[in-house]
Design a protein around this ligand. Structure first.
Ligand code: ZN
Length: 243
């Protein structure tokens, strides 16, 4: 089965539409959280995600904060402003969708889905091999897909529980997945690896391959909408360079 893997859309509908147009055919879609926060189109992104075939979706820290499940004061001042902005705009239908999202799910016999890490689904940033190594103890499937850092990466478990191997995939390359790994497809709506193009992945569960993809989108129109909405400048600027 061909499965679309998306994460950290962050209310960027233009990036999401470009990803969906570029993805080709897929039979299912798995979304790794943070549909909202930062960007100008929270409700539109939720509506679009809900339409995806055989959708599995988990909650991210920005989704939880926008719902009031997490105190906005735990975020930096600009992220906090974006969360409060989002909170005021979520429709009843969007709220009920976010409210029902789980923190961690087993999507298949092979794959677990979570936002931050299998150990601390909503909060932990998997930024190094040490943290990744410890996290292999916290899921039972061969593979785990995560988001949260907005950085595409593959952590491969090594024999004898020695430090995991870290690999940064080249954009637009397909890899055969290792026996046991934690994988981040990157962010649709706010990439942070200095490549401003929207990131997503296609998982072929039969061939056991993952295609790391990037697609350019019209960043200027998103920035203009963010400016008009009064969203923080820093979040507007960072889209241009992907930081
Ligand atoms: Zn995020």
């Amino acid at each position: 089965m061909r499965i679309l893997i998306i994460s950290d859309i962050h209310a960027n509908l233009t990036a999401l539409e470009s990803v969906l147009a570029e993805a080709g055919d897929y039979e299912a879609a798995w979304c790794l959280g943070d549909i909202v926060g930062y960007g100008p189109d929270p409700n539109e992104c939720i509506t679009r995600v809900r339409e995806l075939p055989k959708l599995l979706c988990i909650i991210g820290n920005h989704d939880a904060a926008a719902m009031g499940q997490i105190d906005a004061d735990t975020f930096n001042p600009e992220a906090r402003n974006a969360i409060l902005w989002t909170r005021q705009r979520l429709t009843k239908s969007s709220r009920s969708f976010l409210n029902d999202l789980p923190e961690k799910i087993q999507a298949s016999a092979e794959v677990t889905l979570t936002h931050g890490s299998p150990r601390h689904p909503v909060w932990e940033y998997l930024l190094d091999t040490h943290a990744a190594t410890l996290n292999f103890e916290y899921f039972d499937t061969p593979l785990c897909f995560v988001g949260h850092t907005h950085l595409p990466v593959i952590y491969t478990a090594t024999d004898n529980h020695y430090l995991a191997r870290l690999e940064i995939p080249e954009p637009n390359t397909k890899i055969v997945l290792p026996k046991r790994a934690i994988i981040n497809p990157g962010s649709v709506g706010q990439p942070r690896d200095r490549d401003p193009r929207a990131a997503f992945a296609i998982f072929d569960s039969d061939a056991r391959t993952l295609d790391f993809r990037r697609v350019a989108y019209d960043i200027n129109t998103v920035q203009a909408r963010m400016k008009e909405a009064g969203l923080p400048d820093r979040h507007i600027q960072r889209l241009s360079a992907g930081w």
